[in-house]
Design a protein around this ligand. Structure first.
Ligand code: OXD
Ligand code: MN
Length: 596
């Protein structure tokens, strides 16, 4: 097999690449160096293979389009496995496969899977390259689309090999083959004890860009527990006040619930002088650092964001981020190289090509773009990028926000009484399901810290780790719960969301710095009318009241229904969390039905 010159002498890496090449039998092996020339060459090859279609380069400089296989449009949680020696280590919320069985099963599928193809070897760093937080991974893939996306989402190539050095074994081994893209032969397997990922049968982001969900969340959460830090499904934002005071906030919302929008928020007029900048839009790695505070880095170098609904009103910074050097996957396109999606500023064109590659006519009842269509764009395109986004030390976090998509019960914002109560609010977070994963039942599912599909080990132990972290953080961030998605009796959202979320964020920041008041309720602290700036907000005050309302009868139902979730977590559920539930439930019960 022709092999180009190998850019490393690291014997562990070379031996593993050789072993995988013997298994998959590619025609060629190409090591990615991450250079601009290489990217240009790869794009030309991808265009020649019709994996990428160039867009109109005047309108969309450097941008390309990709149609995925229509059967491969989202994460596949039912085909995602944690492969630990015992099932108990994976816990009740993960699919488990015995590691010996998983290596055998996927090994047989990899056998000869790259015949006639190129094997790309993609070394990459998650985290700022020089950062003590950073981790090296190497992804082997037969997908040029994956190699190109990894070039945007990670620090790819030379810097990774330099960081790994000539002798270290400390790198994540990520094996990926799209093979025949058959859902019956699709598996995403994680071997936390081996720092290894084997993925087959899908080219979709979360299944195939192994640095993202697989390494930066599932494997990293396992490493973080052992090493005393946190790997979380959180955006990180920087808020600068008119006085120049800078605060950093991390927020965990489930997939497709607005993390990117929140991280790129533009404050409303009445918040003149405030600026929000982005450190990260999806993943945070958090470690205790200077001043006994929790410091965070974004391990990624790009954004893999949901496109539909993005426009110059909802997220102008995202629109400017995707203006150039972006890969669009599964939006709609026109024959002359423009793109369109539901929720874009302009009307759909009369005739387009939909995400499946079929002719689409305006007025059609089918969506032109897939609801989980995505952009892949470098973070350096973001006009609101924080100057600390690439800082090796990270940024110090003042507040952590948890939030799901809930049409009832959960108020606009709630501050926890203390760390344990905050962990409880995160642990019981619920969210209505979205298009980011295939095959989920509609309705509310519990999604602890928005990590349900991303915990690399047992959920109860994960929550225990959160509780344990308290004593390691002398100056911990304050913990909050938010809900932008509560609905009125008419089924309409009560809160306008997007830029207006600044009003909530300001209260959160002021609370974190002990600067503003709040009202104590039985379930947490909430803003009083005078604590939150609602100036210039064009929303009926009845809707705002309804969005913020704490209804103890609803909370009684909520807290009672959490028992089922806690039972599911089983024997490792931390006792402080079950006691917390009982305490809150007793209190709201007494409020709903005071003793005679
Ligand atoms: C993502 C997801 O792609 O959470 O970020 O699904
Ligand atoms: Mn995500």
């Amino acid at each position: 097999m022709p092999t180009e010159e190998r850019p490393t002498t690291n014997p562990h890496l070379l031996a593993w690449v050789d072993e995988m090449a013997r298994l998959c039998k590619p025609d060629r092996i190409q090591w990615c160096d991450g250079s601009a020339e290489e990217r240009k060459r790869l794009i030309e090859q991808a265009v020649a293979q019709k994996v990428l279609l160039p867009l109109d380069q005047k309108k969309w400089p450097g941008c390309h389009y990709h149609h995925s296989n229509p059967n491969d449009v989202a994460r596949v949680e039912h085909l995602t496995f944690i492969c630990t020696p015992t099932k108990a280590e994976a816990g009740p919320t993960n699919n488990w496969m015995d590691p010996v069985e998983a290596y055998r099963k996927l090994g047989a599928l990899y056998e000869g899977s790259m015949q006639g193809r190129t094997m790309y070897v993609v070394p990459y760093v998650m985290g700022p390259t020089e950062s003590p937080f950073a981790k090296v991974g190497v992804e082997i893939t037969d997908s040029i689309y994956v190699a190109l996306n990894m070039g945007v989402m990670t620090r790819m190539g030379k810097p990774a090999l330099a960081r790994l050095g000539d002798t270290s074994r400390d790198f994540n081994k990520g094996m990926h083959s799209v093979r025949d893209c058959n859902p019956d032969r699709r598996f995403i397997c994680h071997f936390p004890q081996d720092n290894t990922i084997w993925s087959i049968g899908s080219g979709y982001g979360g299944n195939a860009l192994l640095g993202k969900k697989c390494l930066a969340l599932r494997i990293a959460s396992y490493l973080a527990r052992n090493e005393g830090w946190l790997a979380e499904h959180m955006l990180i934002l920087e808020a600068e006040s008119p006085e120049g005071e800078v605060s950093y906030v991390a927020a965990a919302f489930p997939s497709a619930c607005g993390k990117t929008n929140f991280a790129m928020l533009i404050p409303p007029k009445s918040f003149d002088g405030w600026t929000i900048r982005t450190v990260g839009d999806d993943i945070a790695w958090l470690q205790v650092g200077d001043g006994g505070r929790l410091w965070a880095v974004n391990p990624e170098a790009g954004y893999f964001g949901v496109v539909p609904g993005t426009n110059f009103k909802t997220n102008p910074n995202a629109m400017r981020t995707i203006e150039r050097d972006t890969i669009f996957t599964n939006v709609a396109r026109t024959s002359d190289g423009d793109v369109w999606w539901e929720g874009k500023d302009n009307e759909p064109y009369p005739e387009m090509i939909d995400w499946k590659g079929q002719a689409w006519t305006k007025g059609s009842k089918d969506k032109a773009a897939h609801p989980n269509s995505r952009f892949t764009a470098p973070m350096s395109n973001n006009p609101a990028l924080s100057r600390f986004a690439d800082h090796p030390k990270g940024v110090p976090i003042s507040a952590i926000i948890f939030g799901g998509r809930r049409s009832t019960t959960i108020p606009l914002v709630l501050q926890s009484f203390n760390w344990t109560h905050g962990v409880f609010l995160g642990a019981t977070m619920g969210s209505e399901t979205t298009a980011a994963a295939q095959g989920l039942k509609e309705g509310v599912r519990r999604d602890p810290m928005a990590m349900l599909p991303f915990m690399g080990y047992d959920a109860g132990s994960y929550l225990q780790h959160w509780l344990d972290m308290q004593v390691d953080i002398p100056n911990p961030p304050k913990l909050f719960l938010v809900n932008w998605f509560r609905k009125g009796a008419n089924g309409k959202f009560l809160w306008p969301g997007y830029g207006e979320n600044m009003r909530v964020l300001k209260w959160v920041i002021d609370r974190a710095h002990g600067k503003i008041g709040a009202k104590e309720t039985l379930v947490g602290w909430v803003p009083r009318a005078t604590d939150i700036n609602l100036g210039g907000l064009d929303v009926p005050s009845a809707d705002i009241d309804a969005a913020m309302k704490i209804d103890y009868a609803e909370w009684e139902t909520e807290l009672a229904s959490e028992e089922e979730w806690f039972q599911k977590l089983g024997p490792t559920l931390p006792r402080p969390l079950s006691l917390q539930r009982e305490l809150l439930l007793e209190r709201v019960r007494a409020a709903v039905r005071p003793p005679a």
